[in-house]
Design a protein around this ligand. Sequence first.
Ligand code: PLP
Length: 398
Amino acid sequence: MSDAQTEPTATTLCVQAGLEPTPSVTEPLAPPIWPAAAFAYPDLETMEAILAGEQPGFVYARYGVPNHLQLERALARLEDGEAAVVTASGMSAITATLFALTAPGQRVVADVAVYRGTQLLLEHDLARFGVTVELVDCGDRAAVERALATPARLLWVDTLTNPTLRVRDLPQLASLARAAGALLVVDNTFATPFHCRPLAWGAALVVHSTTKSIGGHHDASGGAVIGPAELVEPIRRQVIRFGGRGGAFDAWLIQRGLATLPLRAARSSASALDLATRLASHPAVRRVSYPGLPGHPEHQLARRLLSGGFGAVLAFELAGGEPAVRRFLRPLRLVRFAETLGGTVTTVVHPATTSHRALAPEERRALGIADGLVRLSVGLEDPADLWRDLAQALAAAS
Ligand code: PLP
């Protein structure tokens, strides 16, 4: 036997035996997890063809593994976009989008009520990179028109604002952006593609924190950007350069969560509407903000833009202010005090001391964030149990 045909030693077999593809004419019903950090090429020509995009092939985990590709395909179809890129977190998707699509000297107009992490990134990092950032109330058409009178590259809004649950008029904002030559980017995390598909309302791009409702089980971190390939591809290259890809297992978990998104979102929305209605007539509660309530200022707009319910998240203000919030949080048993939303477990946060604590009280008030405001994300528990838990905590807060 020549040296090449000699069976490798046990030491080598321990490393390489079993790595060859598994022969099978059947397809798995559940996707495999691909934790590979790199993929081996058969030869230099194939490598060149893959890198040139002439042949399909995976290269390196940071560029993407099959779990990323599968999730991208699913999200692109769900949001009705041509292409998608998935990332390690919602902030990774937002960062890559902002840096890929802007250049020093350009302007970004963003909603004053945009997700706080996005606002911090805009004001601290994008501004340092030489991009001018202007925050405007995107519920005020005239204010948006004024802001867009000076050329802007992007107009950035969230479908539903955090934590005040205002509804942004996506078709109106899309037409204002288009007329001004700006791209409308919509963070659709709160609404989910089950309730709202912003590309159909004229948005240029949609971003998500898939850590939230799309993953839905509080066990994975991810983000996504969806839209036309000519915008998504530069964002994908930015994600790769920034090292913003997540792990294969997180992408797998998020895809697994996606399978039940319609069931979870429908159930959470129905329970949220039930709880919002009950909270609205409780004496310890000053006001409730939920787009599904007829008294919400954008209820009619919400009925037009959202389908299948009004989302899992609502906010309510305790009449007793922050001291009442402290008394309210302690006795909660089922409802967990945790900084997230959109999952199986019902969670509550106090924005004035968490996400918006760095703001001065008058800045918080201008955003509608009272000291007694609590944000509730409704999960999958029995709503009767949730109401009992909330009611006993409200009694303690009164
Ligand atoms: N966008 C919205 C609306 C969010 O609520 C969040 C997180 O809370 C993010 C983006 C950021 O997502 P991630 O925490 O996955 O980075």
